[in-house]
Design a protein around this ligand. Structure first.
Ligand code: NAP
Length: 250
């Protein structure tokens, strides 16, 4: 266990400029990690997250990288490692939803976008992490936390079954990869957020269904971030291959 205030190591959060990723980056910094914050377009937001991490006494570094592009992911990992040291925790968080619609109306471009970013992107990030962290490759081990969705279980009928399915694949990857690398010092875990107050939702969606979870309200990004920080730390040392719901009972 790491003592209060001690440095845990370097963590990387994809999609750390906003929402759950931003809250996770800050929670990890509070928990003792120096944090690499990746973003796709919102550099100012990412720099604000860096400043928030620095405010709690840790180092942080923002890098622009699209998780749908393999060479950008390699550049991201190398840049964060070069600036902050070897990466010991990766939060596979970057993701997008599709516009609301029925399966019968989906076109190929929509399907390719959501699976490319949410599923293929998550695989590419996990792959880059394993190659660097695996003790079989001379790495020091580490933790991968995949951000899935309760939609993976519920199916998101009438809204975005494609998004839900892209996250169900991430759940399966979490289990398979966890078993694959368990003896190489790497634990792989996942969180399934429910309705969380971020900019990802279409206008009016949170107002419309935000009180439907059994707890009667949407969740806050910080409530997911707290779980991510726990899973990334050695406080969850006997967990791997698990998906943990943080969804207000939904
Ligand atoms: P958000 O507020 O829309 O933030 C998305 C983040 O991902 C931003 O930092 C964005 O970067 C980044 N991003 C998007 N596409 C990217 C790409 N191709 N490459 C790199 N970065 C990319 O979303 P959120 O609600 O925090 O969601 C975070 C994760 O939680 C997603 O995987 C989402 O599916 C999952 N989730 C969210 C909810 C919810 O209710 N909010 C529920 C279940 C699961 P820029 O800032 O540069 O655009």
């Amino acid at each position: 266990m790491v003592e209060n205030g001690a440095r845990r190591g370097t963590a990387l959060v994809t999609g750390g400029s906003r929402g759950i990723g931003a809250a996770a980056a800050i929670a990890l910094a509070v928990d003792g990690w120096d944090v690499g914050v990746s973003y796709r377009t919102r550099s100012e937001a990412a720099e604000q997250v860096v400043a928030a991490c620095e405010k709690v006494g840790r180092r942080a570094y923002a890098v622009q990288a699209d998780v749908a592009e393999p060479e950008e992911i390699e550049r991201l990992f190398d840049a964060v490692t070069g600036e902050l040291g070897a990466i010991g925790a990766v939060v596979n968080n970057a993701g997008v939803v599709s516009p609301s619609g029925r399966v019968a109306d989906y076109d190929l471009a929509r399907l390719e976008r959501v699976f490319r970013i949410n599923t293929i992107g998550a695989f590419l990030v996990a792959s880059a992490a394993v190659r660097r962290m695996s003790t079989a490759n001379g790495g020091a081990g580490g933790v991968i936390v995949n951000v899935s969705s309760r939609g993976a279980v519920l199916g998101s009928a009438g809204e975005y079954v494609d998004y839900a399915s892209s996250k169900a694949a991430v759940d399966t990857m979490t289990i398979g990869l966890a078993n694959e690398v368990a003896k190489e010092g790497i634990r792989v875990l996942g969180v399934r957020p429910g309705l969380i107050e971020t900019e990802i939702h279409e206008e009016g969606r949170l107002e419309r269904i935000g009180t439907t979870p059994p707890l009667g309200r949407p969740g806050k990004a910080e409530e997911v971030a707290e779980l991510i920080a726990f899973l990334a730390s050695d406080r969850s040392s006997y967990m791997t291959g698990s998906m943990v719901d943080v969804a207000g009972g939904r």
